[in-house]
Design a protein around this ligand. Structure first.
Ligand SMILES: [Zn+2]
Length: 280
């Protein structure tokens, strides 16, 4: 596969699953064209690890993707967050170079997450982090599961203008258009390679390349071609990002190089990045 310059806008490359071989995988990703990857936060207890992993990658002597930070408090772990964690997040944003706050949002996938008091708590933490993003002039990386209308309502209530990415977008066409109108790009994962993901394919084809960015969401969302077994999940890695590009280019019947160029521009715009376009 011809390496094209790509940005992995959503990774959990800090998790322990990558401890044995993270640097080798980062170097392989770079060889396959991945110029930058975003390290996403989910729990305050992991903020230090996130920064350490960023240093580990960025200080490597061998060519590697530039690791970028996007710390945040994930709605799925709502019961574990405290007000103190919000302060830690604020401190981290002040002390480190951060490209976005993420991942944040609303999740009502399970019955437990839907409970009124649990959902109210999710909304409170999401609101607080939106305010933090506004104060710091940062975009946000959204995690939304079965709560697209409620997420849009909160963004509107805050008159949120910094945009960002609706990660692993799983909503419908109308919702996609509403997020785009609010200044967001839609994150496309390896799920695009799944022939059964018809709704997702319809959304992607309707909105078009101008509103999309790529992500692996590793270690999850492994592209179909990289899955080694039906019984066990195959670990996804940033080095698999070209397969997401490949799946998207097939779906949009668009030349890979042209598509990569458009996605590169989209990523830079929504994350306010200034990276050199390194054509290999
Ligand atoms: Zn994630």
């Amino acid at each position: 596969m011809r390496p094209l310059p790509l940005i992995d806008t959503h990774t959990h490359f800090d998790v322990a699953e990558f401890d044995p071989d993270r640097l080798q995988l980062a170097i392989l990703a770079k060889q396959r064209g991945v110029q930058a990857l975003v390290l996403i936060g989910f729990l305050a207890q992991r903020f230090n690890t996130l920064v350490q992993v960023q240093q580990q990658i960025n200080q490597a002597a061998t060519p590697h993707p530039q690791a970028l930070l996007a710390p945040g408090l994930h709605p799925f772990y709502i019961q574990e967050h405290t007000v103190d964690h919000l302060q830690q997040l604020e401190q981290l944003i002040k002390s480190q170079q951060v490209v976005a706050i993420g991942e944040i949002g609303l999740d009502t996938f399970t019955k437990a997450m839907k409970q009124p008091e649990v959902f109210a708590r999710q909304q409170a933490f999401f609101s607080a982090q939106l305010e933090l993003a506004q104060q710091s002039n940062l975009p946000v990386l959204l995690h939304i599961r079965r709560a697209h209308a409620e997420t849009l309502a909160l963004l509107k209530k805050h008159n949120f203008k910094q945009g960002g990415i609706a990660h692993a977008f799983g909503g419908g066409i109308q919702e996609a258009k509403a997020f785009i109108q609010m200044g967001f790009k839609l994150g496309v994962t390896g799920q695009v390679t799944n022939p059964n993901a018809r709704r997702l394919h319809q959304v992607i084809k309707t909105v078009g390349a101008a509103h999309l960015v790529l992500e692996t969401d590793c270690p999850d969302m492994t592209p179909l071609c990289c899955q080694q077994s039906h019984e066990h999940r195959t670990r996804n890695t940033p080095a698999n990002l070209p397969y997401v590009l490949d799946g998207l280019s097939q779906l949009l019947t668009m030349d890979q190089e042209k598509l990569a160029g458009q996605l590169w521009e989209n990523s830079l715009t929504c994350l306010n990045l200034n990276l050199p376009f390194e054509q290999k």
